[in-house]
Ligand binder design. Structure first.
Ligand SMILES: *[C@@H]1O[C@H](CO)[C@@H](O)[C@H](O)[C@H]1NC(C)=O
Length: 418
């Protein structure tokens, strides 16, 4: 009785996989014979340029190097290559490997099976198992980002993107991964797009990915600044001004801005008082931020050299430090353009109204008395005399007494000065 083991031979790429799978599924006796076969086959050395192979025992026993199949089972000789698409079996009596052509029906069903395997693999690569790898996670991010930008009501399977985010949170600390995350500007855009459409936990993770891929990573920072358009930076600052944005989101965004501030061009463009583009937005939101975020903003200002080092300042009171920063920016005339000047003064007033422990410095008070007088007497002649500006002047005079001075002296002084 011939015990036959049949398996197919679809091509060289998937052969090992199939061979092993089927091998492991066989009863032990068959495993042994298959193992023998593998051993024999790998022991043969065949000249690849030869078209015929001759037996070592009998030099007249020669056969083609490439197996020529027929409709019937035929023994495969040692060293023969088997073309793809054949049935192959081992005859368990003779322990010879045999092959024959597949019928048309068999070929079709084989092709269908292969096709099915390929189809089953595609979603697996992008959606499930593979998001635990860096590339799989990136693919998921890009795919979901596309979905969101294509349809405004993009339905997301949050579980998949959560897993991808987990992977990227872990890997983004690595410098090289940070560089790869920033090489294609679409990745960070997708991350922001997704962040705008998901729950808080996932949003926080996505923003953390950006922060940690940039932290102390000059190449990644350079990539973002070179490849993203300014709209990207604006979107980050927008989060800080969004009244509905959660504090942890703002904290993460401040982290990203801090990371970018390592780059000199970014520093000059966004965080210098002269240009004011980004720093004015930080000043504008500061009084409404919570303590932890305020501390982070102060860390940025410290790294920019705009306030004293951490050792010299009280970390406990970012508001005190921020107040001192605003006061000195004003009385040392570092902010002179009228809208910027008014912003800094208004924010200082707001902060001192919120926190009664804050005190003005003598230098600031001295400057304020002069400045208020100059304004009220109309000597601020380089400026438009608009109702808004006159309003501001009045508020400044008022704040001088109510917020920064002795409120009881206010009434008399106000009348005197007017
Ligand atoms: C800073 O970013 C710019 C792009 O805006 C880039 O050309 C430059 O190389 C970066 N600087 C450093 C020190 O990485």
């Amino acid at each position: 009785m011939a015990l036959l083991l049949m398996f197919t031979w679809p091509g060289f790429t998937s052969i090992h996989q199939r061979y092993l799978t089927r091998y492991l599924l066989q009863p032990p006796l068959m495993r042994l014979s298959l193992l023998l076969l593998l051993t024999v086959a790998s022991a043969l050395v065949v000249d690849p340029s030869a078209k015929y192979i001759c037996s070592e025992e009998d030099s007249t026993d020669c056969y083609p190097q490439i197996f020529v199949p027929t409709e019937e089972w035929k023994t495969i000789r040692p060293g023969q290559e088997i073309p793809p698409g054949l049935h192959v079996r081992i005859n368990m009596e003779t322990l010879q490997k045999e092959a024959k052509l597949m019928s048309e029906d068999e070929r079709e069903s084989e092709e269908k099976e292969t096709q099915k395997e390929v189809e089953n693999q595609v979603p697996a690569v992008y959606e499930t198992s593979d998001v635990s790898t860096f590339n799989g996670a990136l693919n998921a991010v890009l795919k979901f980002g596309d979905k969101i930008s294509a349809t405004s009501s993009g339905k997301l399977n949050e579980k998949d993107i959560e897993n991808a985010a987990e992977t990227l949170v872990d890997l983004s600390h690595d410098l090289e991964h940070g560089v790869r995350l920033t090489q294609d500007p679409k990745i960070f855009i997708s991350i922001l797009d997704i962040a705008d459409n998901v729950g808080l936990d996932l949003k926080e993770k996505l923003l953390r990915i950006m922060g940690s891929s940039l932290r102390n990573n000059p190449e990644a920072i350079g990539n973002v600044l070179k490849l993203q358009n300014p709209q990207f930076i604006n979107r980050l600052f927008d989060y800080l001004e969004d009244k509905n944005a959660e504090e942890v989101v703002k904290k993460r965004v401040i982290g990203i801005i801090h990371a970018l501030s390592l780059n000199n061009s970014f520093k000059l463009e966004y965080l210098s008082l002269q240009r004011g583009r980004g720093i004015d937005r930080l000043v504008s939101v500061f009084p409404e931020l919570e303590h932890a975020s305020q501390v982070r903003v102060m860390n940025i200002l410290e790294d920019l050299g705009l306030v004293a080092d951490l050792e010299k300042r009280q970390e406990e009171s970012p508001q005190l430090e921020f107040s001192n920063f605003l006061q000195s920016s004003l009385h040392e005339r570092k902010v002179v353009a009228e809208p910027q000047f008014q912003l800094y003064f208004n924010k200082l007033t707001q902060l001192h109204k919120q926190n009664k422990d804050l005190k003005p410095t003598p230098e600031f008070l001295q400057w304020l008395a002069q400045e208020a007088n100059v304004r009220v007497e109309g000597h601020k002649d380089t400026r438009d005399i608009s109702p808004e500006n006159q309003d501001f002047d009045r508020q400044m005079l008022q704040a001088r007494h109510e917020v920064f001075g002795n409120p009881n002296a206010m009434r008399k002084a106000y009348l005197d000065e007017l």
